[in-house]
Design a protein around this ligand. Structure first.
Ligand SMILES: Nc1nc2c(ncn2[C@@H]2O[C@H](COP(=O)(O)OP(=O)(O)OP(=O)(O)O)[C@@H](O)[C@H]2O)c(=O)[nH]1
Ligand SMILES: [Mg+2]
Length: 285
């Protein structure tokens, strides 16, 4: 599978993030709640070593609430703060500010012991493409227009936005590279839209998506596409879905290409309901 994230690009990203990390006290790691494992950068722990981290399961409005609960518990069991979020909703700001504040407590307490009061906690947002970084920054910091009213903070060359409660947010997120060597993860990233349509082949992605849907939510395939035998060959599942969605050629045969696009559209836009593709690893569940 062709995914364009070259080694040179990766090295540059790593340098940039490492550089930004020196200036922050904590990181917010954004994951896609539908695929927490697949949307995680494989080097995140290494990259952020030593910094408190809050895991944000974003797009939780599109994910299965029960699975999100399990994922939240999974991260908390690992000692990480974790919250589900729909950052398109205004209410998400309050929830997030509270979680960041909690995550920052060890840092704030350490400063207090050293007599440092009123020092703002600096944070940055990290995540793979399309996971919602800009939406979240805008939610926290306001639009560009409101932001420019803020005086840039302490560190030269970096733009900070003062949030409430003595928190400063770095105005540019760290864009992490996705887990493209793991084929299952790559498939799920493409299915959710994290990988642009021109660098993957629907003939690879959609059959794999159908197989996964048959595993995690067979009843959805029955309800939405009228598929009875979810264990049939994925090509047959796609044809059945195409028929149901009216993707037909003049002779009445299914237009397979259009059927694949319709399935992708339905999944990405929540038309199939709230679905999580990644299950919590068995041993840790
Ligand atoms: N349903 C839903 N959509 C979201 C949420 N957060 C972001 N989005 C949508 O996801 C898409 C990508 O969001 P962006 O904020 O642009 O993502 P990004 O991480 O900045 O993407 P890049 O800049 O390309 O790396 C947009 O269409 C957002 O509206 C969420 O919590 N729920
Ligand atoms: Mg962005």
């Amino acid at each position: 599978m062709l995914i364009q994230w070259f080694p040179g690009h990766m090295a540059k990203t790593k340098r940039l993030i490492t550089e930004h990390l020196k200036a922050v006290d904590l990181v917010a790691e954004l994951l896609d709640a539908r695929i927490p494992q697949s949307s995680a950068n494989p080097m995140i722990s290494e990259l952020t070593a030593g910094k408190p981290r809050v895991v944000i399961l974003n797009k939780a409005d599109l994910a299965d609430p029960e699975a999100t609960k399990q994922w939240t518990a999974y991260y908390r069991a690992k000692g990480l703060q974790a919250i589900p979020l729909d950052s398109t909703k205004p209410q998400s700001k309050k929830v997030l500010i509270r979680a960041i504040h909690e995550t920052a407590q060890p840092v704030i307490q350490k400063w207090l012991r050293r007599g440092l009061r009123n020092r703002p906690v600096r944070l940055m947002i990290l995540g793979i493409p399309n996971v919602g970084k800009s939406t979240l920054i805008n939610r926290l910091a306001g639009t560009k227009a409101t932001r420019t009213a803020n005086t840039p903070g302490h560190t030269r060359g970096k733009q900070w936005v003062r949030l409430q409660d003595g928190m400063d947010l770095l105005d540019t997120p760290g864009v992490l590279w996705p887990k493209f060597e793991d084929q299952t993860a790559a498939m799920r990233l493409a299915a959710t839209g994290a990988i642009a349509g021109d660098v993957f082949d629907p003939d690879e992605i959609v059959p794999a998506l159908m197989t996964t849907l048959a595993e995690v939510t067979p009843e959805t395939l029955k309800e939405k596409y009228g598929i009875e035998d979810v264990h049939a060959d994925p090509q047959l599942l796609i044809e059945a879905a195409g028929k149901r969605r009216g993707c037909l050629l003049p002779g009445g045969h299914v237009d397979y290409g259009r059927a694949q696009q319709a399935i992708l559209f339905d999944f990405r836009n929540g038309r199939l309901g709230r679905i999580t593709l990644d299950a919590v690893p068995e041993a840790d569940a």
